[in-house]
Design a protein around this ligand. Structure first.
Ligand SMILES: [Zn+2]
Length: 138
């Protein structure tokens, strides 16, 4: 049991748990935004185009007096899921692109400036003579 507790403490201390918690919270808020976008902006737009094409709530099969199989709600849920998945895909795609661009920018700025081998002062990239000690640089 003590081994389990130790492992659990290490798991929390790693910091991944905090990252995960932040991810879950942001994900929850993000879902609300996407749902609002789908319900209030995209669905009315699609309904306008298709003339009520996504309004499939009438697709019901009455098995008996108590049991109704509602295909409409199921199909609506699938359509919603596909729209949300598409939006998330596009967002993640543009986010990845942004991250890649940021990474390239950081890599460029983090490259250390060249140093004169004689006096160890920083010199400009491509310089052939050190401005500090006057030595030639190859
Ligand atoms: Zn120098």
């Amino acid at each position: 049991m003590s081994g389990f507790m130790k492992e659990f403490k290490e798991f929390i201390a790693k910091g991944n748990v905090m990252d995960m918690a932040v991810g879950v919270i942001i994900g929850g808020a993000f879902t609300a935004i996407v749902n609002a976008l789908v319900d209030n902006v995209i669905q009315p737009f699609i309904t306008l185009i298709t003339g009520g094409g996504t309004d499939v709530g009438g697709l019901q099969i009455r098995v008996n007096a108590e049991t109704v199989i509602d295909f409409g709600a199921f199909i609506s849920a699938i359509i919603n899921f596909l729209i949300v998945a598409l939006i998330v895909f596009l967002l993640v795609k543009s986010l990845n692109k942004m991250m890649a661009m940021t990474n390239i920018a950081t890599e460029e700025s983090e490259e250390p400036a060249p140093v004169c081998p004689h006096c160890l002062e920083e010199v400009k990239d491509g310089a052939t003579r050190c401005p500090h000690c006057g030595s030639e640089i190859k």
